[in-house]
Design a protein around this ligand. Structure first.
Ligand SMILES: Nc1ncnc2c1ncn2[C@@H]1O[C@H](COP(=O)(O)OP(=O)(O)OP(=O)(O)O)[C@@H](O)[C@H]1O
Length: 382
């Protein structure tokens, strides 16, 4: 199975960078209030045909509400939602070219797998032959051909989830909305199903909008991610941009692990030099962030970008801090070293375990050096 981000076709798939491209789904200054509570706060966003788009954020940030307004279960209080350039405000769910698959999907327990998949098509009174052909196609797509006659209780959780997916795909909606679609699956199955979803989405050429609070899932499946907080879009970008160039501490912290060092800009050019009293250090960064001497800023660096060594660095021009190891988290593939700097604060550095760990070269209470280059971290102003 292939990941689409590696494919040559997918690599060029960036309609959001094309000023002539028209979004398939568009939110225009959407505000949604429930009483005096604002669940969605002035969201403007375009999602393009064939895009796999993820809404990511903590519980209650407004992800599902945003999606429900596409599906037609809710309408904006103000602003507009458009599908293919047409406002869908006021249109009932069944008149929209959209289908929504819920986490707590309700398969009909008394119906077989094939009946479940056929249900929507029968409601639409499609000819019998066409329904049979479509059901067969869907069963093949989700690899459940041999399970057609079973009832939902005779399936595993993952298989049930695939039936729900087949059911929501059967009507071939232009847009499929997935609300935590893999929530019920264990980690291994979840990861496999993520790749299946990506393959399906590519094969069918559909537009997928997924809601998740699992950042790894969003990073894996999505072409772009919107990180939300309190009803607002904080950053909308590709997974790698979100990870490598977060625009704020909130985003940096929400996606993956990060060390954040607060400091003051000592000089802004040609490299940004930050002095941090709390960390007892000076950091040099190549940065595009517009800052001025004297500004308070935050230096953010991912643990895997910090090298850890018992020896002081030989090179000049790298950032180097010394400290003492006070904790080591062994995660199998990587080890996370918690290092207390001489100034008192803690930095985490991750090391890939490329060899089987029998004796650790670095252990508890060891004195170590942490080093990184000028391009390894980012400067954040908020
Ligand atoms: N019908 C409603 N009436 C009142 N408040 C609502 C209603 N629907 C949602 N809310 C509130 O709006 C906010 C956003 O809810 P929403 O379901 O969009 O969050 P979410 O980001 O999807 O969260 P989760 O990850 O927990 O599903 C929440 O604070 C929720 O309590």
């Amino acid at each position: 199975m292939s990941t689409k981000t590696l494919g040559p076709v997918r690599r060029k798939f960036q309609p959001w960078t094309d000023p002539a491209a028209k979004p398939l789904i568009e939110f225009r200054n959407v505000i949604k209030r429930f009483g005096d509570f604002t669940a969605v706060n002035d969201v403007s966003l375009g999602i393009y045909e064939r895009e796999f788009f993820a809404l990511l954020g903590p519980s209650g940030c407004g992800k599902t509400t945003l999606m429900r307004m596409v599906a037609g279960f809710d309408d904006p209080t103000t602003g507009d939602v458009l599908l293919a350039g047409q406002s869908v405000k006021g249109l009932p769910p069944y008149s929209r070219p959209v289908n929504m698959m819920f986490q707590s999907y309700a398969l009909f327990p008394h119906m077989s797998v094939e009946k479940n998949i056929a249900f929507g098509l029968e409601m639409d009174r499609l000819p019998k032959g066409e329904i049979a052909a479509r059901v067969e196609e869907m069963l093949k797509l989700v690899k459940l051909e041999s399970f057609a006659k079973r009832k939902p209780h005779q399936l595993s959780g993952g298989q049930r989830q695939r039936v729900a997916l087949a059911r929501s795909l059967a009507k071939k909606p232009k847009v499929l909305l997935l609300d935590e679609p893999l929530g019920a699956l264990d980690r291994k199955l979840r990861e496999e199903t993520q790749f299946e979803l990506m393959d399906l989405q590519m094969t069918l050429g559909m537009t997928f909008l997924i809601v998740t609070h699992d950042q790894e899932e969003a990073m894996t499946v999505a072409d772009r991610i919107a990180v939300m907080d309190h009803g607002k879009l904080i950053q909308v970008a590709t997974p790698s941009e979100i990870y490598e160039q977060p625009i704020s501490r909130y985003v940096a912290d929400f996606i993956g692990d990060v060390n954040i060092i607060e400091g003051r800009v000592e000089s802004a050019a040609p490299v940004v030099t930050i002095v941090s009293e709390a960390a007892g250090t000076r950091v040099e960064v190549n940065s595009d962030t517009a800052v001025n001497a004297g500004d308070t800023v935050y230096f953010a660096i991912r643990p895997e970008k910090i090298a850890i060594s018992p020896d002081a660095p030989a090179e000049t021009g790298v950032n180097a801090l010394s400290g003492t190891v006070f904790d080591i988290g062994y995660l199998g593939d990587v080890s996370v070293f918690h290092v207390r700097l001489d100034g008192g604060r803690t930095i985490r550095a991750t090391v890939a375990n490329r060899h089987r760990l029998i004796d650790r070269p670095i252990s508890w209470d060891d004195r170590v050096w942490l080093t990184w280059g000028r391009d390894s971290g980012v400067v954040l102003t908020r």
